[in-house]
Design a binder for this molecule. Structure first.
Ligand code: FNR
Length: 397
């Protein structure tokens, strides 16, 4: 049937349309998401992943996509979202909606932060600098990894006004560790995220198979080792780096030591149990990120979403964030209904970067934000404060 009358605009455009990257001066990246000849444009995170798979060398794609062991926890992170269903409320006036919220006192346009991921320059030349600019445009927080391929200072300079946090791996060389914290403070980072789930690196078969090493020109810019070491067949350069440089002896006492180094709010990333959440609350950290490192550490651990309720219950006044498998607006809705203040996304940003650099990341963040906006509207939520525990229930068996 032919449409009649006034054409209806497509549903759900909330943010102003993006100019094509190619049309912007000084940005030599292909227009992310612009349909390659004959292919439809990407409309989901999975579409961006498919584009990244086509564009990246095998070992880079495998490093980004892979998990540890049998990758069971990696799959569970996604599956866990299907174990909850939404209970939308109807006949709510949702004509005026607002996704903004605060994290550690910082305003963000929507409750989706960018998780720290290492070596983003493997995805695209500008790497972390592109991510920083895209986050600044989108109005959200970027967390920079210790083992990034751009320095703390370069990333700060790329988007000087934007809020950003620094993720810390404690190194055996405590002087180096202290120096990283001091550099982050000096460069205006407003939060410190201590990753606590990586005393050693998880065994990642894909990286061992590929003898994973950083490609030429991509190194760990913030720490002494600029490039990953060459390794024997069956080993991974990153695993060798972590084995030799990072400190497996870190305990709660070191959390106290870190707090003595700076006044930044402190988030512990990688908590999965009520027991650890209770200690975190007792030592008065500011935030807890419920995370299994995107299924890259101990295979067989609980899905991040499944761990969320017990951590929330034990976390006292700490803010709680969740990462692992967030790919849709409805995932964000479920995580917030189960008590998270915000979520973080890791791989989706890497897929955006690989597909189209800075513009690709901007589009991925926009896509997630639009998806959340539509989900909130249909669920009867006007603001983040309207998202309550009543919005979810376990999926019927
Ligand atoms: C990570 N992650 C991570 N975490 C961290 O604390 N420091 C780091 O350097 C890295 N590096 C890293 C590299 C890559 C390629 C991935 C995929 C992940 C974990 C990350 O912060 C986050 O916990 C997960 O990525 C969340 O899962 P999703 O969103 O990727 O499913």
């Amino acid at each position: 049937m032919k449409p009649t009358g006034t054409p209806v605009p497509p549903e759900g455009p909330i943010l102003p349309p993006e100019p094509d990257a190619a049309a912007r001066p000084g940005r030599a990246v292909p227009a992310a998401g612009a349909a390659a000849a004959g292919k439809p444009p990407p409309v989901s995170i999975d579409d961006y992943e498919a584009m990244a798979r086509e564009r990246l060398p095998r070992s880079a794609f495998d490093y980004y996509a892979g998990g540890s062991g049998e990758e069971w926890t990696l799959r569970e992170n996604r599956e866990a979202f299907h174990r909850w269903v939404l209970r939308p409320r109807v006949l709510v006036d949702v004509s005026d909606r607002d996704m903004s919220t605060t994290v550690l006192g910082t305003s963000v346009a929507f409750p989706i932060l960018v998780a720290p991921t290492a070596m983003q320059r493997m995805a695209e030349r500008e790497g972390e600098l592109a991510t920083a600019r895209a986050c600044a445009d989108a109005g959200t927080v970027m967390v920079l990894s210790t083992i990034a391929s751009a320095t703390i200072e370069e990333v700060a300079a790329a988007a000087p006004e934007a809020p950003r946090w620094f993720q810390l791996y404690v190194h055996r060389d405590r002087g180096l560790t202290q120096d990283l914290v001091e550099r982050a403070v000096a460069a205006g980072y407003s939060g410190l995220v201590l990753t606590v789930d990586t005393p050693v690196l998880g065994i990642r078969d894909r990286d061992s198979r590929n003898r994973f090493a950083s490609p030429p020109g991509v190194g760990l810019s913030n720490v002494g080792a600029r490039f990953l070491p060459e390794v024997e067949p069956g080993d991974s350069g990153l695993a060798a780096y972590v084995r030799t440089m990072q400190d497996p002896s870190v305990t709660w006492e070191d959390v106290e030591w870190l707090r003595s180094l700076c006044d930044l709010p402190l988030v512990l990333k990688g908590v999965l149990t009520a027991e650890d959440a209770a200690i975190a609350a007792e030592v008065e950290v500011d935030g807890i990120a419920v995370s299994n490192h995107g299924g890259r550490q101990l295979d067989g651990t609980i899905a991040a979403l499944d761990a969320l309720p017990e951590v929330v219950d034990a976390s006292g006044p700490c803010e709680v964030y969740l990462d692992g498998g967030v790919r849709r607006g409805s995932d964000v809705l479920k995580a917030l209904a189960l008590g998270a203040n915000a979520v973080m996304v890791g791989r989706p940003v890497l897929w955006g970067l690989a597909a189209g650099g800075e513009d690709g990341v901007r589009r991925v963040l926009r896509l997630l934000a639009q998806d959340l906006d539509v989900a909130m509207a249909i669920a009867g939520c006007r603001t983040i404060g309207d998202i309550s525990a009543d919005l979810v229930r376990p999926a019927p068996r």
